[in-house]
Write a protein that binds this ligand. Structure first.
Ligand SMILES: NC(=O)c1ccc[n+]([C@@H]2O[C@H](COP(=O)([O-])OP(=O)(O)OC[C@H]3O[C@@H](n4cnc5c(N)ncnc54)[C@H](O)[C@@H]3O)[C@@H](O)[C@H]2O)c1
Length: 256
């Protein structure tokens, strides 16, 4: 059990990568606060975890609101009895392209990908200090390591998330809080068509995905489990000496 008795918060845990990770963390002994905008999805993950004999609580929150970010952290701390680990996983692809960029969509992407991580990370620090330390994980993307032709706003936000992770690693080391960042390539979740298919027909989207997959040395897009297992490593004591790492989980895509 790699997370025995750990008190873990995962945002955007109602679907995709967050859902698989919440289930995995609970199976490794953690009590998990499942935070999501969609309260129904969060409750269904909690039910699945409890059916497996694990401990979990649902917290509904819209993390585009700073007040909601703080409330979600505080509510999770009350339900769990403290917080050891926070994974700021919520994010969104944002607008494609740069000409006539939709500034409302731009702001939404910045608020969810970046500001939510800033606010929740700051707000969780006193909770972790009380526990004598902890770990924060942030979700960027390969688009936070190399530029994205199709998603420049998303890429800008995720580069900022990588910078935030490295900076918080420095700022919080004295509090024994480790901060790392996962940088997945394309992952087979409900969000994937948003990246590959914006403004395209189903056939065109398939062709874009096939082209992208051909550029991945390991020859496939990731499954949510691939990211969940890497996240488990980074938040567990197996990674006790790792902080400030931005880990590509991309089948070798960013090696070129
Ligand atoms: N899927 C990919 O290809 C991929 C690749 C790299 C990085 N990522 C990153 O992974 C994260 C999630 O991806 P996923 O593929 O698991 O997505 P997903 O679509 O499967 O799940 C996203 C979840 O976020 C929740 N959510 C949406 N808006 C929210 C808000 N305002 N407040 C709280 N929760 C909200 C949704 O209800 C949903 O349950 C994002 O940060 C994304 O940028 C995804």
């Amino acid at each position: 059990m790699r997370l025995k008795d750990k008190l873990v918060v995962v945002t955007a845990a109602g679907s995709g990568i967050g859902r698989e990770s919440a289930l995995l963390f609970a199976s490794e002994g953690a009590a998990v606060a499942v935070v999501d905008f969609d309260g129904g999805k969060a409750s269904s993950v909690v039910e699945d975890i409890r059916r497996q004999g694990g401990t979990a609580y649902a917290v509904q929150a819209d993390l585009t609101s700073p007040d909601e970010c703080k409330r979600a952290v505080d509510e999770a701390a009350i339900r769990l009895g403290g917080i050891d680990i926070l994974w700021n996983h919520a994010g969104t692809p944002g607008p494609g392209g740069i000409e006539d960029v939709d500034l409302v969509a731009y702001q939404h992407a910045m608020d969810l990908n970046l500001r939510a991580s800033v606010v929740a990370s700051g707000h969780v620090v006193p909770h972790m200090r009380k526990r004598g330390g902890g770990a924060i994980l942030l979700t960027a993307s390969v688009s936070g390591l190399v530029g994205s032709q199709f998603s420049p706003i998303y890429s800008a936000a995720k580069f900022a998330v990588v910078g935030l992770g490295k900076s918080l690693a420095l700022a919080l080391a004295a509090d024994k809080i480790r901060v790392n960042v996962v940088c997945p390539g394309p992952v087979n979740t409900p969000m994937l068509p948003d990246f590959m298919g914006r403004g395209l027909s189903a056939q065109e989207a398939k062709e874009v995905e096939a082209k992208f997959t051909a550029q991945i040395p390991l020859g496939r897009v990731a499954e949510a489990q691939d990211v969940a297992r890497a996240a488990l490593f980074l938040i567990s004591d197996d990674a006790a000496y790792l902080t400030g790492v931005a880990l590509p989980i991309d089948g070798g895509f960013t090696c070129r």
